[in-house]
Design a protein around this ligand. Structure first.
Ligand code: NAP
Ligand code: GDD
Length: 337
């Protein structure tokens, strides 16, 4: 039975990846942070479904900034595949907390990479790093692919560039099977509540439930290449099944504005978003990336990967799930599940 270790297993992607690997027959180990209130909400359904005899998901306390703990976990578990998804992943927060973000996003990635290199032979382990299209920043080149020059435009992106180069270096210098997944935005009903898509679908459901009257947002003209997280975790796994490590852009190739997302989400329940949305200047970032659009030809050719979920299906799924969270029937709005 293959063993995988996931740092960041409690996050959006970590939960989908854990489910995906368990279905493939892996024993999955996850690193979770100790917190005074639970942080395993996205995994509880998996944990509860396990029987005592058949426990293929194991959670271990740890923090990506604690190299001694990472050394011990990697050394004891001896995983075949390591996925580093742990991050302070909010771009706007990274402007307020740049040092902490660098500790987690940049040094954290290097610490787990070094724990892997020093404990396990290069023939026995494969490493995945959650890189982001944010490394391209406001690029002059569109669409962006693996050859696009890096121009990070926020502290989070600077941290991801540091990690990106170290993964490439460990591949070249030590022959480690290490890959960067350069993922463009991906969303789902499990998306954190402060990212714009989830903030919109959750806000919409709260308006319909009569709990809120308005939704406060920032830059509505920004364009993002939005896919579904469930589709993107498959690409992570495919990268580690290749004979050699490499860097791959994962994207849909379609870019939409925040306004487009609002139109579709509110349109699904026959509301006009302009009646509900107000701009809060505090939500405008010191620098924002105007537009991302990815060219994932390399992944499509070499990994045989392509996205399965359309922008409309993604938005619909998120709206339906947030209506249900508020105890509202999607049927009432003509939305069939
Ligand atoms: P997410 O929902 O914010 O999850 C981040 C995960 O990292 C959580 O499990 C979090 O734990 C964990 N974490 C944070 N700080 C940690 C620390 N100090 N030690 C250990 N774990 C820590 O992010 P996501 O959307 O799933 O994204 C997964 C990865 O892909 C991230 O690295 C992100 O930067 C990158 N990425 C995401 C996207 C996207 O559009 N979603 C695109 C490109 C790249 P808690 O649950 O305890 O907070
Ligand atoms: N979060 C947020 N909240 N964003 C808003 C809001 C708001 O109220 N109003 C407008 N936006 C705009 C942001 O300025 C940005 O241009 C766009 O919506 C998307 O913001 P987020 O959903 O926060 O995502 P992100 O693109 O900044 O970052 C996400 O994707 C990256 C890949 O491009 C994160 O998941 C990163 O971790 C990831 O690397």
């Amino acid at each position: 039975m293959k063993k995988a270790l996931i740092a960041g297993i409690t996050g959006q992607d970590g939960s989908y990846l854990a489910e995906f690997l368990l279905k493939k027959g892996y024993q999955v180990h996850g690193i979770i942070r100790r917190s005074s209130l639970g942080n395993t909400k996205r995994l509880d359904h998996v944990v509860q479904n396990q029987t005592l005899d058949e426990r293929n998901l194991m959670l271990h306390y740890g923090d990506i900034t604690d190299s001694s703990r990472l050394e011990k976990l990697v050394g004891n578990i001896r995983p075949d595949e390591v996925y580093n998804l742990a991050a302070q992943s909010h771009v706007q927060v990274s402007f307020n907390e740049p040092i902490y973000t660098a500790d987690v996003v940049a040094c954290g990635a290097l610490k787990i990479l070094e724990a892997v290199r020093s404990n396990l032979g290069r023939e026995t382990v494969r490493f995945y790093q959650a890189t982001s299209c944010e490394i391209f920043g406001n690029s002059k080149i569109s669409p962006q692919n693996e050859e696009t020059p890096l121009h990070p435009d926020n502290p989070y992106a600077c941290g991801k560039v540091f990690a990106f180069h170290n993964v490439r270096l460990y591949r070249d210098a030590y022959g480690l099977h290490a890959s960067n997944g350069i993922l463009f935005n991906h969303e789902s009903p499990r998306r954190g509540e402060t990212f714009v898509t989830r903030k919109i679908t959750r806000g919409l459901a709260q308006i319909l439930a009569g709990k809120e009257e308005k939704l406060f947002l920032g830059n509505l003209d920004a364009k993002r290449d939005w896919g579904h997280a469930r589709d993107y975790v498959e690409a992570m796994w495919l990268m580690l099944q290749q004979p050699l490590g490499g860097d791959y852009v994962i994207a849909t190739g379609e870019s939409k504005t925040v306004k487009n997302f609002l139109e579709v989400a509110f349109g699904l329940v026959d509301l006009n978003w302009q009646d509900y949305v107000e701009i809060d200047p505090k939500l405008i970032r010191p620098v924002d990336v105007d537009s991302f659009i990815g060219d994932s030809s390399r992944a499509r050719t070499m990994l045989g990967w392509s996205p399965r979920t359309s922008f409309l299906e993604l938005t619909r799924e998120m709206v339906i799930r947030d209506l249900q969270e508020e105890g509202l029937s999607p049927d009432r709005y003509g939305l069939k599940i």
